[in-house]
Write a protein that binds this ligand. Structure first.
Ligand code: FAD
Length: 416
C-alpha cells in the first residue's frame, strides 16, 4: 500500500481497519545473496539500497532484538554535514542530500526538519577554527554561515551571552542541518526494503559465522543457520563482540552515550544548538521536550545505561549556556552503546576475511550518516569496490596512519 492523502482518506472512511503491517515477519530462508547483520538504521538502509539501487533483492536483515532497538532508536536525531576533512565532508554531504529526498524515496514521513544546526563559539581562536570549518564546507558546496554574537542573540535570546567564563561570541550555522525522527527512519527503511522483497528477521541473534575454507559463507543465529553469498556487519556498539565471533580484533572501543528529554514545553528552541566550551547540545522535539546530551562515559561498557558523572557534566554544560534549562524537569534519560573508532571516523570496508564486510566506527554521529552509510555499504557489497565518497573510510588506515582525525585528538576514542 502506498501512503498518500488518498490512502489516508480511504483509511479514515473505512474506520482504519484496512491498514496492513508495514513489513512482513518472514521465516528465514536457508540462503540469501547477502545477509546484513543488525537491524538498526544502517543495516536497514543498506538492505534498502541493495534492493533499490543495485537490484539485489535476495537479501535478509538479521536483528537480535526488534529493529531500531539499538542506537537507531536512542539517538538525539541530529542531522548535519558540517565536517572539515576530506573523507568526511563529501560523505556526510551525500547523506544530507539523501535526507533531503528521503521521504519521497521511502514514501514515509521521517519528519526531516531542516531547522538549522548552530555551533556556538566562545573565543577568538574558536571563531578562527569555525571560520576554517565553514570555509572548507563552502569550498565543497555546503552551506555555512559564521554568525556574530548579535545574530545569534536574535535567533536565541534565552542563551547566557555574558557568562563570565564562556561568553558567547557567535556561531557557525548550517541552515540545512536539523533533525529527523529516528524511529521513523528505521520504519521507513524497513517498509521500503520489505516492499522490494528484503526479509527482515527479528529476534535472531547472530551467534557465529559459517566458514568454508577461509571464506565466510553465512551466519549461525538463534533461529538457525543462514547461508549467504556475502555477510555485511552493521551492528554499531556490538561491533567488537560480533567481529570476535569471526576471530577479528578491530580498532574500536564501545562506550555508553547518554541522552535526556525534558517535560514538554512551549516552542522555545528553534533549531539545534551546541555549546562550544563543553560537551552539551540541545534541540526541542515536536512534542515540546528539550532533547539534550553531552559526552560519552569515559570507560568501556556494553550496558545501555550511563552513570552520574556524565549526567552532572551535561547539566553543568546546559546551565552554563542556557540557564533556564535548570527550571525544566527531566522526563526520561537513557543510554546507547557507541562503536568508537580510534580517529572518530567510520569504517566502510571489506575485512581481511573473504565474504565478510564491515560497517562500523560511527561513534556518536552515525544517525546523520544513515542514508549515506546504507548507500555506500550497499555499493561495497554489490560491487566489491568502495563507493567514491567512502574511499578514505578504510580499515587499513589504522595500519598505514592515513587516519581521518576530524577532531585532531589522536587515537583517543574517549575524546572523539
Ligand atoms: C544517546 C545517543 C545520542 C545520539 N545522538 C546522535 C545524533 O544526534 N546524531 C547522530 O548523527 N548520531 C547520534 N547518535 C549515534 C547514532 O545513533 C549511531 O551512530 C547509529 O544509530 C549507529 O548505527 P545503527 O543505527 O545501525 O545502530 P543500531 O541501531 O545500534 O543498530 C545495530 C543493531 O545491531 C543489532 N545487533 C547487535 N548484535 C547483534 C547480533 N549478534 N546479531 C544480530 N543483531 C545484532 C542491535 O540489536 C542493533 O539493533 C547517538 C547515539 C546515542 C546512543
Amino acid at each position: 500500500m502506498t501512503y498518500s492523502i488518498a490512502s489516508l482518506v480511504a483509511g479514515a472512511l473505512t474506520g482504519h481497519r484496512r491498514w496492513k503491517p508495514a513489513w512482513r515477519k518472514p521465516e528465514p530462508k536457508p540462503s540469501y545473496d547477502v545477509v546484513v547483520v543488525g537491524g538498526g538504521g544502517h543495516g536497514l538502509a543498506t538492505a534498502y539500497h541493495l534492493a533499490a539501487t543495485f537490484g539485489i533483492r535476495n537479501v535478509a536483515v538479521v536483528e537480535k532484538g526488534w529493529i531500531g532497538s539499538g542506537n537507531a532508536g536512542r539517538n538525539t536525531t541530529i542531522i548535519r554535514s558540517n565536517y572539515l576533512l576530506p573523507g568526511n565532508v563529501s560523505f556526510y554531504e551525500l547523506s544530507m542530500k539523501l535526507w533531503e529526498r528521503q521521504e519521497a524515496d521511502l514514501n514515509f514521513n521521517t519528519m526531516v526538519s531542516q531547522r538549522g544546526v548552530l555551533n556556538l563559539y566562545h573565543s577568538d581562536s574558536q571563531r578562527d577554527a569555525y571560520a576554517r570549518r565553514g570555509n572548507s564546507m563552502r569550498l565543497n558546496g555546503i552551506d555555512a554561515e559564521l554568525l556574530t554574537r548579535e545574530e545569534v542573540m536574535a535567533r536565541h535570546p534565552y542563551l547566557d551571552y555574558d557568562n563570565a567564563r564562556f561568553p558567547i561570541r557567535g556561531g557557525l550555522l548550517q541552515r540545512r542541518g536539523g533533525t529527523a525522527r529516528h524511529d521513523g527512519v528505521v520504519w521507513g527503511y524497513a517498509r521500503a526494503a520489505d516492499r522490494l522483497g528484503v526479509d527482515i528477521i527479528e529476534n535472531a541473534e547472530v551467534t557465529g559465522f559459517l566458514r568454508e575454507g577461509g571464506r565466510i559463507v553465512g551466519v549461525e543465529t538463534s533461529r538457525g543457520a543462514i547461508r549467504a553469498g556475502k555477510v555485511g556487519m552493521a551492528v554499531a556498539g556490538n561491533t567488537s563482540r560480533v567481529a570476535s565471533l569471526a576471530g577479528l580484533r578491530l580498532p574500536i572501543e564501545s562506550h555508553v552515550l547518554q541522552a535526556f528529554v525534558s517535560e514538554g514545553l512551549k516552542p522555545t528552541v528553534d533549531g539545534v544548538i551546541t555549546f562550544g566550551a563543553g560537551h552539551f547540545y540541545v534541540s526541542q522535539s515536536d512534542k515540546g521536550g528539550l532533547v539534550f546530551g553531552g559526552d560519552i562515559d569515559g570507560y568501556n561498557s556494553y550496558a545501555q545505561r550511563g552513570n552520574l558523572p556524565v549526567i552532572r557534566d551535561v547539566c553543568e554544560g546546559g546551565i552554563a549556556v542556557m540557564p533556564m534549562i535548570g527550571r525544566a524537569r527531566i522526563l526520561r534519560h537513557w543510554g546507547g552503546i557507541m562503536d568508537m573508532s580510534m580517529d572518530g571516523s567510520p569504517i566502510i570496508d571489506r575485512t581481511p576475511i573473504d565474504g565478510l564486510y564491515l560497517n562500523a566506527g560511527w561513534c556518536y554521529g552515525g544517525f546523520k550518516a544513515t542514508p549515506a552509510s546504507g548507500m555506500t555499504f550497499a555499493h561495497l557489497l554489490a560491487r566489491d569496490a568502495p563507493h567514491p565518497t567512502a574511499t578514505l573510510l578504510t580499515l587499513d588506515r589504522f595500519r598505514s596512519g592515513a587516519v581521518v582525525d576530524e577532531k585532531g585528538m589522536g587515537a583517543q576514542p574517549n575524546l572523539h
